[in-house]
Design a protein around this ligand. Structure first.
Ligand code: ADP
Ligand code: MG
Length: 243
């Protein structure tokens, strides 16, 4: 369903991704863990071309592209199949919660304003923000802004949702509520790739966990095996360090 093959990326002399491979089945939740600077965000961002990989291929659903030969139309079609939730929310500051969620529905999906509004309201209700739809980002707490970010991603109804440390910018008391929302989305059978530092969350929610180090996936296992009997020394060391 989703297959990343041999994804490589350098920034100047600095090779950040060393031929990453990852397959995710429909409905599967894969968590990516690993030290800061290991390339997790860059990898996630190559999936929707926020960063263009130098080489490799990307399959989402019925579309496979070779990154070196891709054209703009293919990039647009691929991006339409993804939605990302960012660490720093990335909301439009001068748009309300409702307008933030409606934006891609109107601009990218070409829905009518009326239809976009109905979808946006339903998704904002799902994340518990029905009473805040006309608020601007600065009038919302970090947790509420992230709920808007999640509603915006859900509204697109993507083939895969990409989460890049969705709780790491939040005050500690906000984290649990956001993890609960993501957990409920996972339980609804959405295909998701989640970069996270939250080990308990990864353990509870993921079907598989991938450990990322120095620009590659060192180990990927079904969640139970990953935490009970990791095979690689580096994974052992990382998990011991996280406890
Ligand atoms: P992680 O998400 O695991 O913390 P990142 O993917 O953010 O890691 O970063 C991996 C490496 O790539 C780091 O050395 C970082 O400095 C570098 N890097 C990331 N984005 C850029 C960029 N736009 N330009 C130059 N270097 C970058
Ligand atoms: Mg990161």
């Amino acid at each position: 369903m989703i297959r990343l093959s041999n994804i490589k990326k350098s920034f100047g002399e600095n090779q950040v991704l060393h031929g990453v491979n990852l397959s995710v089945d429909t409905g599967e939740v894969v968590s990516i863990i690993g030290a800061s600077g290991s390339g997790k965000s860059t990898f996630l961002r190559t999936i929707n071309f926020l960063e263009k990989a130098d080489s490799g291929s990307i399959t989402i659903d019925d579309l496979t592209i070779d990154v070196e030969k891709v054209n703009d139309k293919e990039i647009v079609n691929l991006c339409k199949k993804t939605a990302m939730v960012f660490q720093s929310y990335n909301l439009f500051r001068h748009r309300t919660a409702l307008e933030n969620v409606m934006e891609a529905l109107i601009i990218v999906q070409k829905k009518s304003k009326h239809e976009a509004r109905d979808i946006a309201i339903a998704e904002l209700e799902r994340v518990g923000l029905l009473d805040r739809i006309n608020y601007y980002p600065h009038q919302l707490s970090g947790g509420q802004q992230q709920r808007v970010g999640i509603a915006r991603a859900l509204a697109i109804n993507p083939k895969v949702m990409l989460f890049d440390e969705p709780t790491s910018a939040l005050d500690p008391e906000m984290v649990g509520g956001i993890l609960d929302i993501i957990r409920s989305i996972a339980e609804q059978g959405r295909t998701m790739i989640v970069v996270t530092h939250e080990m308990n969350f990864a353990q509870e929610v993921s079907d598989k966990v991938a450990f990322f180090a120095a620009g590659n996936i060192v180990e990927i296992e079904r969640t139970k095996e990953f935490f009970t009997s990791p095979k690689k020394v580096l994974t052992h060391q990382f998990l011991r360090h996280m406890k």
